[in-house]
Design a protein around this ligand. Structure first.
Ligand code: ZN
Length: 145
């Protein structure tokens, strides 16, 4: 692991440089002073997308919509995963209805869909909701654990 990691702020999209040994210390954003790694999913939006893809931690995006039942039942699982993976992977939720352009750009055909990005590039994608152990196993197979 490098000495410091570049991590975009989920609140203001500012890029922070966080020492690797401080990841567990609830680092605050240099710009907006809010938590850089809140330990819960943040809302990914069209305007912050390019910034959020940057940085050294993998980004896992849950694409959902308000009307989608399976998306809602998957939500608590995704939140648990955010706690478990805090400091190792960033988790975000993309409301496909509120961000139709981005959903189109990502070629979303069904929801829920999970997309894993590393280094700004999509490395894996899964459709459908699944239980936490299975989610963590899938991420593990992608080198995120
Ligand atoms: Zn910030």
């Amino acid at each position: 692991m490098p000495d410091a990691l570049l991590i975009p702020c989920p609140h203001c999209n500012g890029l922070n440089r966080i020492p690797a040994d401080r990841l567990a210390d609830r680092p605050k954003c240099g710009r907006c002073k809010q938590a850089v790694l809140p330990g819960k999913p943040f809302a990914l939006k069209q305007e912050g997308y390019a910034s959020q893809l940057r940085g050294d931690l993998p980004l896992l995006v849950d694409v959902w919509a308000e009307w989608c039942g399976p998306c809602k039942s998957f939500s608590p699982t995704f939140e648990q995963a955010a706690v478990q993976l805090s400091g190792r992977c960033r988790l975000a939720k993309l409301d496909s209805e509120a961000n139709p352009q981005l959903a189109g750009q990502l070629n979303i055909r069904s929801i829920p869909t999970l997309i894993l990005f590393k280094g700004g590039v999509e490395v894996a994608r899964q459709s459908g909701a699944f239980p936490l152990p299975q989610l963590l196993a899938w991420l593990g197979s992608q080198g995120v654990s």
